[in-house]
Design a protein around this ligand. Structure first.
Ligand SMILES: NC(=O)c1ccc[n+]([C@@H]2O[C@H](COP(=O)([O-])OP(=O)(O)OC[C@H]3O[C@@H](n4cnc5c(N)ncnc54)[C@H](O)[C@@H]3O)[C@@H](O)[C@H]2O)c1
Length: 378
């Protein structure tokens, strides 16, 4: 079946743009990256040269009717304006996380996409990788029985991370937003929407001094603008209860836990920031078993969500990294902060339809196996 490729322009030519452009050019056949833009012309020209793209102004990209999709890889603070103007110019948008910084802005973007009849897809797309798709398979097939509860614990050394990524010092950029979203999106894709959340939080050591000699902010003072230790209790719509622990003041670079407890088994997921996170299945009176992957995309496939959205546009079906799920996770994290500051339980206002699993059995580059088309086209 000959399906027309979707022409894509990438906005934001920073660190993450390489893997996106490589995936959308080489790994996936449905997308054709033709142009790029960055406020920083050196970065824009470098990527344009490296990947044989046209360096174009934002106005030229937005007025080019052959470009159907924008992949937004700017910093979170720019997401709202970039997504808004792309939608206003009739472009479908796939954006890196999070959808915006402020809750209201995220809501406005979803409404705008709906009003315009355009697609808005938002990362993380790692939940489409083999690791989390296998976890979803294990739960959907009843291998842990009925899920009852879940535990998330994400610990990072803020002195390392925030000194490299200073947006983690700012409101809307802290650990729960920047990295916690991978955990909560993985759970959302498996367990569905949350009903309510209750939290406590604290800001430990708000005054910081840049410690990395290789960064322009070395020696500069900064203030951590939000709570950097946060605990939460969640109730999912399906009755599952969750305990969440985000600590960016840990002594280790990264230490994680993502477990789902069921009536007939316990599932220990790997790092949801990766595509190939392994799944450990514990059954009563059995040794833990590392469950074989049921799905493909086990290498770094950032851009998978955008490619899947492109296939879904051409096939006129909903895409899986939906704005509704992304906004719900965004609201959930805001809900934690709201609960922690107002001493109240936050009732979730948004909901979403759980994305269907990708078809099983797809192996990247398996010469006998189904193709990208059969894995992503439905
Ligand atoms: N770096 C990572 O490991 C990583 C991993 C996953 C997701 N992300 C997400 O990807 C996005 C980009 O991250 P990054 O690490 O590549 O950041 P980066 O700072 O390296 O790159 C962002 C680029 O966007 C450009 N930019 C900012 N505002 C713009 C605007 N209005 N118009 C055009 N260009 C603009 C900047 O000049 C910069 O080159 C973020 O949302 C981040 O959360 C990053």
């Amino acid at each position: 079946m000959e399906v027309e490729k979707i022409k894509v322009a990438v906005i934001g030519c920073g660190v993450i743009s390489d893997i996106y452009i490589q995936s959308l050019q080489d790994k996936f056949t449905i997308t054709d990256v033709v142009a790029c833009y960055d406020l920083n012309t050196d970065k824009m020209n470098e990527k344009a040269k490296k990947y044989h793209l046209k360096a174009m102004s934002i106005d030229d990209i937005l007025s080019d009717s052959t470009i159907k999709m924008i992949v937004n890889l700017t910093n979170p603070a720019a997401h709202y304006d970039v997504i808004k103007s792309a939608l206003e110019h009739g472009k479908n948008v796939f954006s890196e996380k999070m959808i915006a910084v402020n809750l209201d802005d995220g809501k406005k973007l979803c409404q705008l996409a709906k009003d315009k009849g355009l697609r808005l897809g938002v990362a993380p797309d790692t939940f489409l990788g083999g690791g989390i798709q296998t976890a979803k398979y294990i739960v959907d097939k009843g291998l842990i029985g009925t899920p009852l509860s879940t535990v998330v614990s994400l610990n990072r050394n803020f002195d390392v991370y925030a000194d490299i990524f200073p947006h983690m010092n700012k409101k809307g950029g802290t650990l729960p937003f920047d990295t916690g979203c991978y955990y909560l999106t993985a759970l959302a894709s498996i367990l569905g929407p949350t009903k309510r959340v209750s939290s406590f939080g604290r800001c430990y050591k708000p005054d910081r001094i840049g410690k990395r000699v290789d960064k322009p902010w070395f020696g500069e003072k900064s203030v951590v603008a939000d709570k950097n230790i946060l605990t939460a209790t969640l109730e999912y719509q399906n009755g599952v209860l969750g305990t969440v622990h985000f600590n960016s003041e840990s002594i280790q670079n990264e230490q994680i836990c993502l477990d789902i407890y069921g009536t007939e088994g316990i599932l220990k997921l790997g790092d949801p920031n990766n595509f190939n996170s392994p799944n450990l299945l514990l059954k009563q009176q059995n040794e833990p078993v590392e469950f074989p992957f049921t799905h493909g995309y086990l290498t770094n496939s950032r851009g998978l969500g955008a490619a899947e959205m492109a296939w879904s546009i051409q096939n006129n079906r909903p895409h899986r990294a939906s704005m509704e799920m992304a906004y719900h996770v965004f609201e959930l994290i805001h809900g934690m902060y709201i609960s922690a500051t107002t001493d109240s339980v936050y009732g979730m206002k948004s909901t979403f339809d759980k994305p269907t699993s990708l078809p099983t059995g797809y192996l990247d580059n398996g010469f006998w196996g189904p193709t990208e088309e059969s894995a992503l086209a439905f």
